[in-house]
Design a protein around this ligand. Structure first.
Ligand code: BG6
Length: 281
């Protein structure tokens, strides 16, 4: 008798049509609904084949942000099957918690020889989603390793041209659309009117994005994640992305909290922790 395949999706359900859905492929948050209103963008062309990274939601970038000589772009965490360590459970506060884990495996050793353990704890609150990430270099491992890390959040919006992002004023940024030239942001709020791919460095703990779904604001708070990537492929680049619809670019804004400018060095038997809180305002 064959065993049924374990379900690939885990749902945190807080009641009142407030849910968070996590695909074990990449531990990718693929939906976050607050009072039935979806907050995240997932492309209509996204593939759920258990191989490709899911185009939308919140893929986890680890252990390498960007093109990687050793393995796939943005690392292997988003293309690995994660393990559900703690099934969704209601906390005394009424909030729902679940924990996901990724450990090194034959799959990860193809690209990266290190032993590691990644924990991803989600807490779904009434209007918030909390993320806690732990990167462990286990006791008994011989090697120090270095990594970069990022939460590649795709927010849903009716029209990206109407969104404003606060918190970048005065920050330096690497502009990937201009061969990595470095500039300083002079605007109080960042707006997007063209292909945008920037790594803002040493950004403050908080950003607010205006005019996301239902014309509301989204607050991003981040801890131990000093960089903020802002990305939208716009019309031309969108056409080059197979799993992204040609007409979809106005409906998403990627504001990605990470530690990507400099690698984090982690000796054996140490841990790196970071977190993010998303809040519908
Ligand atoms: C962003 C990068 O974080 O992710 C962009 O800054 C990249 O350069 C984008 O194009 C999407 O990457 P991918 O691998 O999911 O197509």
């Amino acid at each position: 008798m064959s065993m049924a395949a374990p379900t690939a999706v885990v749902v945190l359900d807080r009641g009142n049509n407030t849910t968070c859905t996590v695909n074990l492929h990449g531990a990718t948050v693929v939906s976050w609904r607050v009072n039935n209103q979806e907050q995240l963008f997932v492309s209509k062309q996204a593939l759920f084949d258990g191989k490709k990274a899911i185009r939308g939601g919140i893929p986890i970038v680890f252990p390498h942000f960007g093109p990687w000589p050793l393995g796939p772009q943005h690392g292997f965490a988003r293309t690995s099957r994660w393990h559900l360590e703690k099934a969704p459970e209601r906390l005394p506060s009424g909030d729902i918690e679940a924990i996901f884990v990724l450990m090194d495996s034959e799959y990860t050793h193809q690209f990266w020889k290190y032993s590691f353990r990644l924990t991803y704890r989600l807490i779904l609150r009434e209007k918030e989603l909390h993320f806690n990430i732990g990167v462990y270099n286990p006791l008994g491992s011989q090697d120090t390793f270095s990594f970069t890390l990022l939460l590649h959040t795709y927010f849903k919006c009716p029209d990206v041209r109407k969104c404003q992002i606060t918190g970048m004023h005065g920050c330096t940024f690497i502009d990937k659309t201009r061969d990595g030239a470095v500039y300083q942001e002079g605007r109080d709020v960042v707006m997007i009117n063209e292909w945008t791919d920037r790594i803002y460095q040493n950004t403050p703990q908080e950003h607010i994005i205006t005019n996301v779904v239902s014309g509301r604001k989204m607050r991003i708070q981040k801890f131990n994640l000093p960089d903020t990537v802002v990305w939208n492929p716009w019309e031309h680049k969108a056409k080059e992305i197979a799993d992204f619809g040609d007409e979809e670019f106005p409906n998403m804004i990627c504001v990605e909290a990470g530690n990507v400018s400099t690698g984090i060095i982690l000796p054996p038997n140490t841990v790196f922790e970071a977190s993010q809180i998303l809040q519908v305002m």
